[in-house]
Design a protein. Structure first.
Length: 115
């Protein structure tokens, strides 16, 4: 069974940075396109970024382009999300999963950006 453990969230002022990590166990991590998602209070979960299995190709939500960077370390079964120039509208719980959301969701990590 796949286990997803997100970490690295916290409270940060607008303009600040955070680096999220997601450790994946129970599957051959390197075979899958991975994604980061987020869910703000009262809103549906939305796609943020995804990265192909080799790490060579990435896609981003328009509102985070140029500010967020997704990366992965297949040797460590870990996917990362570097978030810079954070804005209050980035406040949400952040989750990782396969890009198609096929695995059971983890607990997520809360990111709160104050203005």
């Amino acid at each position: 069974q796949v286990q997803l453990v997100e970490s690295g969230g916290g409270l940060v002022q607008a303009g600040g940075s955070l680096r999220l990590s997601c450790a994946v166990s129970g599957r051959t991590f390197s075979a899958y396109t991975m994604g980061w998602f987020r869910q703000a209070p009262g809103k549906e979960r939305e796609f943020v970024a995804r990265i192909f299995s080799s790490g060579s190709t990435t896609y981003y939500l328009d509102s985070v382009k140029g500010r967020f960077t997704i990366s992965r370390d297949n040797a460590k079964n870990t996917v990362y999300l570097q978030m810079n120039s954070l804005k209050p509208e980035d406040t949400a719980a952040y989750y990782c999963n396969r890009a198609d959301g096929a695995w059971s969701w983890g607990q997520g990590t809360q990111v709160t950006v104050s203005s």
